[in-house]
Each structure stands twice: as structure tokens, then as C-alpha cells.
Design a protein around this ligand. Structure first.
Ligand code: NAD
Length: 388
């Protein structure tokens, strides 16, 4: 079988997501396993080029992981045909400008979300990429999680009957940074630096909801800044200008109501950092990152509301675990493999810049709803920019 190599620019490889998920857990893991297998059995090997602003950091990373190629010269990398894919893991506010250069250079592009700081820019990227005919993809990592894959399978198998509602809790306590260092970068808490939980999480909710349940037709949200002062990586206090919690109701096609709370100011009392409960006429499910438990209608207990008596039903024990029948790999890696097959072999990959723009639209409309106190309808969008 013939083998080939694809060169991948990894811009922002030293960042939290760029390093851990995209370099180490995805591209280096793919390198380690001998590349990506295509439909006809051929293999494509990966060759990363580390790109960033600090030569010292890149040199250290390159040495640590035995990577021959690194540079601080993005323009030079984009001009070099050795590198066919441009990967972007920069802070959100630096992304659109870099992606535009990659589109102009004719590279295939794979990026973190959100694709841009606002919807207009995100849609423009989708339009430019479409006009230039470059393949493009956006991280949809949550869809690849074992829990959500099991959920998708339940939906596809008809387990739920008619799906009525989805309730989701995402979040954990992010330390303020004073007596205990924060576990997320400080830009996340500054609106002027592209921060905020709505722009961070609604792009995820957009693709999760539309791919598992159906199109998001409207949003009502309340975004708030609970913790108003934080301390940054250098120990300097700063005002938190971005929202750190968003409480939202999304109406989906088919009449499904999804109610999702996202918060960096909540203490966890659930099995996982994200958990969704889906209720349908024939059954219900509770899923997390990994776990998935179900309760079919014919095994549903019959509680009776009586505040005078201690309830004898042990509700937790009335659910059935869905077994893990296969090995789930890291979702970032699996999506990278899908995207590489899309670039090399034209395999389908629907998680594109337009999906990224829908995610940003949902975030913007969520913030608009929060400001105005109104429910906002979401238009169907296309790359022409038209709102249908
Ligand atoms: N998919 C997910 O679950 C997920 C989770 C967290 C973050 N993210 C997204 O990943 C992206 C990176 O987040 P992170 O947490 O890794 O941040 P980070 O701050 O750890 O890393 C950001 C990277 O951008 C570089 N950078 C910063 N300012 C720059 C500038 N002006 N010009 C060029 N490069 C610059 C930094 O050097 C670093 O390499 C964000 O867009 C974020 O929304 C996605």
C-alpha cells in the first residue's frame, strides 16, 4: 500500500488546548500509531509544524516531543506547500485574522471554536472559505464523547419515543486566583479579550443540540457575572468584565425544549462536569462525558407527592447503566482523523465554518436575549450571508 505524509501547521501549539488536546493527544498520538488509515487501506502520516510567538517555547516543545519543525514565521509557513493543513488554537480574538491568511494561502483549515469573536466575522470566514474552495472544519469535540455518542445512539434507535425536553448542567468552580490559582486562563473573564461563558459554551451547545436533537429555533438566556473581581496569572487583580454564568432555554425543532445552565461559579454535585437529562414519552436518559443511564417507561417508578411521609423510593437505583460496548478514543483525535480523511480522501465532514458561524450566532443571540430580556428567534443561515 502506498503511503503519504500531510504537513500540518499547528498555530498556538503551546497554549492549553493547542498543546494538550491538539498536539499531544491528537497529532502526536496519530504520529505514534503510524498515521491515519484511509478507506482503501492506505495510510497518511502526519508531520506537525509548531507555530507561535516565542521561539524559546517552541524549541523546548519541539525538543520534548522530537518534532523537527517549528517557526515563529506564520506567513512563511503559509507560503510553503509542505504544509497543507492550517490548524488554529489561538486565543479567540487572534483567530479570524490568522484564518483569513490561511484561506488566502489556499490551505485546508481546522480550528478551535469559536471561529471568530462575533457572528459577522464567523460568517465571513465561512463565505471566504467557500469562495476559495478550501476545506474547513471546526472542533465539535463534545459530540465525540462516549456519553454523547451513547445518547446519539439512543436517539437514533428510537428509545425515547417523542423527545420532550433536555436539561443540562455544565460547570464547576473556577478559583478566583487570590488565595488559590485559577484553573482557566484569565482572558476567559475579560470581555475585551474575547472571554465569557456564553461565547465559550454556546458554540458547543449549538452543535450538540443540532446534531443530536434538531435545529435550534430560538434562545432565551440570562448571562451574568457572578464573580466580579479576579486575580490573573501574574497575581494582579483585575475586574471580571465577562459573564461567568449563563442560564438558557433553547427551543428546538420538533417542539423539544432544552434548558442548559453553564457556570464557572457553581460547585459540582453531580457525577460529571457536564450532565444532560433527556425525557421522552417512552424513556429517559442521563448522560455525562462518559456515563449514560436510562429508564424505560415500563421501569418507571410511580412517586406520589406527600410531604408528610419520607419517600421510600431510591430513585438513583431505578436507572440502568448503558454498557460501553466499544473503545472510545480521545474525541479531539478522532475528529482530527475524520478531518484528515476529509482533506486527503474527500470523506464527509460536516462540522464546517458554517456550523461554527451558527455557534457564534447562538452566542450572540443569547447575549442579546440577556440584555433585552426577550426570547430571540434564530434564522437559518447560508454562506451567501442571507438569513433565510
Ligand atoms: N474545545 C474546547 O473544549 C475548548 C476548551 C477550552 C478552550 N477552547 C478554545 O481554544 C482556544 C484557546 O484557548 P486556551 O484555553 O488554549 O487558551 P491559552 O491562553 O492557553 O492559549 C492560547 C494560545 O494563543 C496564543 N496567543 C495569545 N494571544 C495571541 C495573539 N495576540 N496572537 C497570536 N497568538 C496569541 C498563546 O500564545 C497560546 O499559544 C480558544 O479559542 C478557546 O475558546 C476550546
Amino acid at each position: 500500500m502506498s503511503e503519504s505524509t500531510i504537513g500540518i501547521i499547528m498555530n498556538g501549539a503551546s497554549g492549553r488546548m493547542g498543546y494538550r488536546q491538539h498536539l499531544v493527544r491528537s497529532i502526536l498520538a496519530i504520529r505514534e500509531q503510524g498515521g491515519v488509515e484511509l478507506a482503501d487501506g492506505r495510510r497518511v502520516h502526519v508531520r506537525p509544524l509548531l507555530v507561535g510567538r516565542s521561539e524559546d517555547k517552541l524549541a523546548e516543545l519541539a525538543k520534548r516531543h522530537d518534532i523537527p519543525d517549528y517557526t515563529t514565521d506564520l506567513d512563511g509557513a503559509l507560503a510553503d506547500p509542505t504544509w497543507q493543513i492550517y490548524g488554529d488554537f489561538l486565543v479567540t480574538k487572534a483567530r479570524a485574522a490568522a484564518i483569513k491568511k490561511a484561506i488566502a494561502a489556499g490551505k485546508a483549515i481546522y480550528t478551535e471554536k469559536p471561529t471568530a469573536e462575533n457572528y459577522d466575522d464567523a460568517l465571513e470566514l465561512a463565505r471566504l472559505a467557500s469562495e476559495a474552495g478550501v476545506k474547513n472544519g471546526v472542533v465539535h469535540d463534545k459530540l465525540y464523547l462516549p456519553g454523547l455518542q451513547k445518547l446519539k445512539r439512543l436517539v437514533d434507535s428510537g428509545f425515547f419515543g417523542q423527545i420532550l425536553s433536555v436539561r443540562g448542567e455544565f460547570g464547576y468552580w473556577v478559583f478566583e486566583g487570590d488565595w488559590h490559582p485559577a484553573q482557566r486562563p484569565s482572558w476567559n473573564y475579560r470581555a475585551e479579550d474575547g472571554g465569557g461563558i456564553t461565547v465559550d459554551m454556546f458554540p458547543h451547545w449549538s452543535y450538540v443540540l443540532e446534531n443530536i436533537f434538531g435545529r435550534v429555533e430560538s434562545v432565551y438566556a440570562r448571562a451574568v457575572t457572578h464573580i466580579q473581581a479576579r486575580v490573573d496569572e501574574e497575581g494582579r487583580p483585575y475586574p471580571a468584565t465577562a459573564d461567568d454564568a449563563a442560564y438558557a432555554i433553547f427551543e428546538l425543532e420538533g417542539g423539544i425544549v432544552a434548558q442548559l445552565n453553564s457556570s464557572w461559579a457553581v460547585r459540582v454535585n453531580r457525577d460529571e462536569l457536564v450532565e444532560f437529562q433527556v425525557d421522552g414519552t417512552h424513556g429517559s436518559a442521563v448522560v455525562g462525558l462518559f456515563g449514560c443511564k436510562i429508564q424505560p417507561r415500563n421501569a418507571t417508578p410511580k412517586p406520589v407527592w406527600n410531604p408528610d411521609l419520607v419517600d421510600e423510593i431510591d430513585y438513583a437505583s431505578t436507572w440502568l447503566d448503558v454498557p460501553t460496548n466499544e473503545v472510545f478514543e480521545n474525541g479531539f483525535k478522532t475528529q482530527w482523523e475524520d478531518f484528515i480523511r476529509h482533506v486527503v480522501d474527500d470523506a464527509p465532514h460536516h462540522y464546517d465554518f458554517l456550523a461554527g458561524a451558527r455557534g457564534m450566532l447562538l452566542a450572540e443571540k443569547g447575549l442579546e436575549s440577556s440584555r433585552s430580556g426577550r426570547r430571540i428567534d434564530l434564522p437559518i443561515i447560508s454562506v451567501s450571508g442571507a438569513r433565510v
